[in-house]
Design a protein around this ligand. Structure first.
Ligand code: ATP
Length: 894
């Protein structure tokens, strides 16, 4: 049947919509979905058009510096200095080409990132629930959406349970809308169409099944928003401060240039020469390539992080990651494997151990060392049945293998049931679900009402204390009996036993209901019959212990915040090294009772927060930030979003997290693994270090060039470097090494240091001194060589100064790389890009020195072997002196 995108779906009953759109309650077939995908195209909003290469190239000319160069070129041309004009022109173009290359690289890296940020959706096709990319949805698809999900397309609701939707993206209304399935009148505005859900809005509570009616640009959001942007390309604080620093440096340089120009003229230098020198000095001093280089360093780092499974959503977070001083992490799935298995069951008759590993139905139920036939124990049988019926996970079975879909706690219950031969589909056929109170981290339980042969039955499962509180009776093999205080205590003790052995514990219960009309769901939540407890193990991830050690070694505090109970949390925290003697562990209730003052006093000691509600995470973030800590916080649920936003780094889960949490976060863990956060912090530190190295290199080289000229003029010497030579050094030979510095590998000791303080910018006092010292060494050495060779003619002396400066800068790039380490260590040679860039820069120097045509252009002369020897000798001499000083300083520090 043809689909009409503009049909009034909200006025029709759900079954009529399903029929009219050519679908069925079992969804479309895969074949039909594929055909419709071709017909309607992918379910995507149009992306912003890509900037063309030409536009990027033209953009390179939008720079004050380039304007200065263009003026210089024009003046040279007017004065008849055609060669100079041509050279400046060539350099402008070369510089623009390099800038274009850098920008394209940066854009590519960011694009590569965006591809990680795809949405997923649950769809029913051929009667089976599947997870697909939201872009492959088509009109007619039956989708299932849960609390925390983004709604992937416009759809007509079929069934709902407690569904509320935040439609602010579409309507601006911040109060979540309560949804119903009944049709609404034709003229109802979009914001009031309660039976519809719209793409781009968020499910704040409940769940639903709906049939897609429009996708992509045909959705309501598609009509109003023709462009989608992601936040990936926002500037980072470092980028902003580098821009500012560059401008500051530029202004200072311009003043110096004017002074040099005037001083030169007063000394009797030719006005035109002085003009060109002043212009080239300006070019030399202003680190115009720095912003683009820094963007590339960030973008490449982000790509490296992605390959280590940390998907960074904003460039700014890369930088903050590097200064993380506290990691607040949840437990299930992040610290543990999320491979939850029911191990122990407690019912009225006692304890049953469950054997068997992994997602198979192989396993036995053992009571006091002997195998128990589940069908012979009414308690055990009922407990497993409750666990399966009050459950939203599903699985497909092919032979021996189970492919599980859904929450891992619920998956564990399905598997436990399967070990007793209980199959969800068959149970649900006998007892179809009529209503559901979905699980939420606040209530900590889930309840369903099912229509069974014996009448309506409510099934409940959740945190043991919450379930026990609602129960008045107990199921025994002999029938239902009142739940005595002794029996209650026995279960509380057993819960403590399980929890102190690191188990996740659930309580299960049920209640026979009269009918669903007279008895409300609230009634169903009280006066229940308790069936028993299940203790599940979820082993810690093996690699996490080492990562936690690494954090502690590098001054990063690790805190566990979990919805699970205290004993379970402490047991796992202790095993992983998060909790040790002297630390504190508190529950959400204790936290709620604490004043801000008390929390602030104790917060540095607390390493475990148990039974915490997502709302409390915000308070923890704030309290930690008051201690000037840079807080990274993980979260996966809808209610975690505010804490993720408020934390310095919000971290969400790529596999198990909700879409809302992902959108609110700065980093998405593709593997949900704690170790990935630590890897990302390490990368963040490396990126920051690399930016720093590049800044030191470019600023000190620029300073060296300015000083050479300035001192030359002050000493009334001829110009030590010609304009064209300065332009060459700065725009061509420095660029590649600067970029390559940014690709340096993580330093083995990057995690040996404590986190960088929040207030520490890219340039510290110490670094400014380093830059000044290097600049002075460069300036004085270059000028000294020039002076010594003046006797052989100015061109000769300039060629020597020019070559010395470039070779010296190659040494500078190496010392920027290794920092306080020795130049003679293996680390000097571990960045092939840098070695390549140095070789290229030196090769370019040789070309300028020895190709006759370029000798004319650059006014260079052929240097003989002795000259080359002198240059390398001088540079090596300086290198050795610096190494000796560094070695002495290292020794003093030790
Ligand atoms: P974390 O991921 O930090 O370890 P958590 O997953 O343990 O937290 P929640 O998901 O909020 O935290 O669960 C809190 C408690 O609710 C659990 O300890 C458990 O008792 C109960 N619970 C968890 N999942 C379900 C579920 N699907 N149905 C019913 N109860 C559940």
């Amino acid at each position: 049947m043809a689909v009409q995108p503009d049909q009034q779906w909200h006025t029709m009953d759900a079954d009529r919509v399903v029929e009219a759109i050519g679908s069925s309650p079992a969804g479309l077939s895969e074949k039909e979905a594929a055909a419709r995908l071709i017909q309607y195209g992918p379910n995507e909003l149009k992306q912003k058009k890509k900037t063309s290469l030409f536009v990027i190239f033209l953009r390179q000319f939008k720079n004050v510096l380039i304007y200065v160069l263009i003026v210089a070129m024009a003046i040279s041309f007017l004065l008849g200095e055609v060669l100079d004009a041509e050279i400046i022109g060539a350099i402008i173009v070369l510089n623009a080409l390099l800038g274009t290359y850098q920008e394209v690289q940066a854009e590519r890296s960011i694009d590569a990132l965006k591809k990680f940020l795809v949405h997923e959706a649950f769809v029913v096709r051929d009667g089976e629930k599947k997870k697909v990319h939201a872009s492959s949805l088509v009109p007619g698809d039956v989708i299932e959406v849960d609390a925390g999900d983004y709604i992937p397309a416009d759809a007509r609701l079929i069934t709902i349970s407690g569904l509320t939707v935040d439609e602010s993206a579409l309507t601006g209304e911040s109060e979540p809308a309560l949804k119903h399935v009944a049709p609404v009148p034709e003229d109802t505005p979009v914001g009031d169409r309660d039976c519809m859900i719209y793409a781009g809005t968020i499910v704040t509570a409940g769940r639903c099944r709906a049939v897609v009616v429009s996708t992509g640009m045909n959705t309501e959001i598609g009509r109003i928003a023709s462009l989608v942007e992601t936040g990936v390309d926002r500037q980072t604080p470092v980028q902003i401060s580098i821009d500012r620093l560059g401008k500051l440096f530029g202004i200072a340089a311009l003043i110096v240039c004017v002074v040099i120009f005037i001083a030169g003229i007063l000394e009797g230098q030719k006005m035109f020469d002085m003009f060109l020198v002043a212009v080239s000095l300006a070019v030399a001093a202003i680190p115009e390539g720095l912003p683009a280089t820094v963007t590339i360093i960030f973008a490449l780092g982000v790509r490296r992080m992605a390959s280590r499974k940390a998907i960074v959503r904003t460039l700014a977070s890369v930088e903050t990651l590097g200064s993380t001083s506290v990691i607040c992490t949840d437990k299930t799935g992040t610290l543990t494997q999320n491979a939850i298995t029911v191990r122990r069951i407690a019912t009225a008759s006692g304890i049953v151990e469950v054997t068997g590993e992994g997602y198979t139905d192989k396993g036995q139920f053992m009571a006091a060392g002997t195998e128990l036939e589940p069908a012979r124990s009414g308690e055990l049988w009922t407990l497993l049945t409750v666990g399966i019926l009050c459950n939203n996970a599903t699985y497909e079975r092919t032979g021996e293998d189970y492919r599980m879909l859904g929450d891992s706690t619920e998956v564990a219950l399905l598997i436990a049931g399967a070990k007793a031969g209980l199959v969800k589909k068959a149970l649900e056929e006998d007892c179809p679900r009529e209503l559901e109170v979905p699980f939420s981290s606040d209530t900590m339980f889930m309840l369903t009402a099912n229509r069974c042969k014996s009448g309506y039955v409510a099934y409940i499962k959740g945190a043991p204390e919450r379930i026990l509180d609602r129960c008045t009776h107990l199921l025994t093999n002999g029938g239902v009996v009142p739940l005595t205080p002794e029996a209650r205590k026995r279960f509380i003790d057993e819960n403590q036993y399980m929890a102190s052995h690191g188990m996740r514990v659930l309580g299960l219960g049920y209640k026979q209901l009269a009918d669903l009309q007279s008895e409300t769901l609230a009634d169903a939540e009280t006066g229940l019959t308790f069936v028993g407890l299940t203790g599940m193990i979820d082993p810690p991830r093996p690699e996490v212990r080492r990562s936690i050690e690494l954090c502690q070694h590098s001054g990063i505090k690790v805190v566990m915040i979990t919805g699970d109970q205290l004993l379970t949390a402490v047991s796992i925290a202790r095993e992983l090294g998060i909790y040790s003697e002297g630390d504190e562990a508190i529950t959400g209730t204790e936290l709620a009772a604490m004043s801000d003052q008390e929390l602030s006093e104790r917060i540095m000691k607390i390493t475990v927060y148990a039974r915490t509600s997502p709302e409390q995470k915000q308070r923890i973030v704030k309290a930690l930030q008051q201690h000037d800590l840079v807080v990274s916080m993980t979260g996966d649920g809808v209610n975690d979003a505010p804490a993720l936003k408020n934390a310095d780094i919000g971290v969400s889960m790529g596999i198990t997290g909700t879409e809302v949490a992902r959108q609110a976060s700065d980093v998405v863990l593709a593997d949900d693994n704690f170790t990935t956060i630590v890897n990302a912090v390490e990368e963040g530190r490396t990126i920051f270090n690399n930016v720093r190295k590049t800044v030191i290199f470019l600023f000190s080289s620029n300073l060296g060039e300015v000083l050479t000229i300035l001192l030359g003029i002050l000493l009334a010497l001829p110009l030590p470097l010609l304009a064209i030579q300065i332009l060459w050094v700065n725009l061509i030979s420095d660029s590649l090494p600067a970029m390559a510095l940014g690709m340096d590998k993580p330093d083995r000791r990057v995690m040996d240091r404590p986190p960088r303080p929040r207030s520490e910018g890219i340039l510290t006092k110490g670094l400014a001194i380093d830059i000044a010292l290097i600049g002075i060494v460069l300036g004085i050495t270059t000028l000294a060589i020039f002076y010594l060779y003046l006797g052989s003619g100015v061109d000769y002396a300039r060629t020597m100064a020019f070559a010395t400066l470039i070779v010296l800068e190659m040494w500078v790039v190496l010392i920027c790389k290794i920092g306080s380490d020795s130049l003679f260590s293996r680390k000097t040679l571990d960045n092939p890009y840098l070695l390549g860039a140095i070789v290229i820069a030196l090769a370019l120097l040789l070309i300028v020195l020895y190709v006759p045509f370029l000798q004319v252009v650059f006014s260079t002369v052929t240097l003989n072997l002795r000259d080359v020897g002198i240059i390398f000798g001088v540079v090596m001499g300086i290198a050795v002196v610096v190494e000796v000083i560094k070695a002495l300083m290292r020794r003093i520090k030790v």
